[in-house]
Structures are given as C-alpha cells and as structure tokens.
Design a protein around this ligand. Structure first.
Ligand code: SME
Length: 162
C-alpha cells in the first residue's frame, strides 16, 4: 500500500481529483476489509480536498447509519427520504445543495455547514451507502466535484465486503 498521497499542491481542483482517483484505487486494491478501505477513502479526500466534513452513511436496517468520516461529530442515523442524505438514498441520485438553508428538511449536524453534496454508492442497482461532503462556505461544490466524487463512489461500489 502507498504510504502517502502525491498531489501537486498548486494544482487546480480538477487536477487534484484526477491525481487522487488512481491513488485511492491503489490504496484500496489489496485490502479486503470494508471499514479500513472506507476510512482511508475519506481520509484521502479530506487531506487532498480539505473538506470541512466528509463521510459515509451506510444503509443498515432501513436507516442510514454513520460510517467512517473525517470532521466534526455528526448525526448517527438518518431515515429514508429525510434530509439531503435520505433524499439521495430515496432518489438514488447525486444531490448538490448550494445553500443548505434552502433545502427543505436539511438535517443540520453542524450549524457551520453551509453547502453540501451527497452521492449514492450503488451496488447491483441498489443504494448501499451514500458519500456526504459538507462545506462551511455557501456554494462551494460544482460539476468538477460531482465528477471527481462520482469516480470515487463508483470505485467504492466495487469494493469487497460491501
Ligand atoms: N446534512 C445531512 C446530514 C448529515 S451531516 O451533514 C454530516 C442531511 O441533511 O442529510
């Protein structure tokens, strides 16, 4: 396993995602344990993209349950269809929220969170977890984030043990 990530510090956001994705693939390639791999995926994202909060919520017994994350402590359980995460699960699609105050039913785990993007991890046609990323700035996510993070969730959907 690689011991460190190599990301150009002066690189643009798109370049950082382009450099990160293959390195994350290599990072998880030889490890069969799901929690270990999800933990490294969120650490790599936080380290490279400097997110305020990034983590997985896993579908367990009809709820989303908090999984590996980096950032301030967070809500542990979210119901189907509730908040941005539960809506992403229900609708099985990426949801980008430029201003969390404008999203009906947004669940505020932290009052510092201002914008958010949530992507589904899909296995065999079903949402098995979501990747949630929060920013403490409004309007902080765009199509470049959606593209880069989509590559990450597609890779996570192919992990062993999922
Ligand atoms: N804001 C999310 C809840 C999770 S936290 O942001 C970590 C939501 O509305 O589903």
């Amino acid at each position: 396993m690689a011991e460190q990530l190599h990301i150009s510090t002066s690189a643009s956001k798109k370049e950082r995602y382009d450099e990160l994705v293959p390195q994350v693939k290599a990072l998880v390639a030889d490890e069969p344990d799901l929690v270990a791999n999800l933990s490294n995926v969120v650490a790599a994202l936080r380290q490279t993209m400097n997110f305020f909060w990034v983590g997985f919520y896993l579908v367990k017994d009809q709820q989303l349950v908090l999984g590996p994350f980096q950032g301030p402590i967070a809500c542990t359980r979210i119901d189907f269809g509730k908040g941005v995460c539960g809506t992403c699960w229900k609708e099985a699609r990426t949801i980008l929220v430029p201003d969390v105050d404008q999203f009906p039913g947004h669940i505020a785990c932290s009052s510092d969170s201002k914008s958010e993007i949530v992507l589904p991890v899909i296995k065999d046609g079903k949402v098995v977890m979501v990747l949630d990323v929060d920013s403490d700035k409004s309007n902080d996510f765009d199509a470049t984030d959606e593209q880069g993070l989509t590559a990450i969730v597609q890779m996570v959907g192919r992990l062993r043990g999922i």
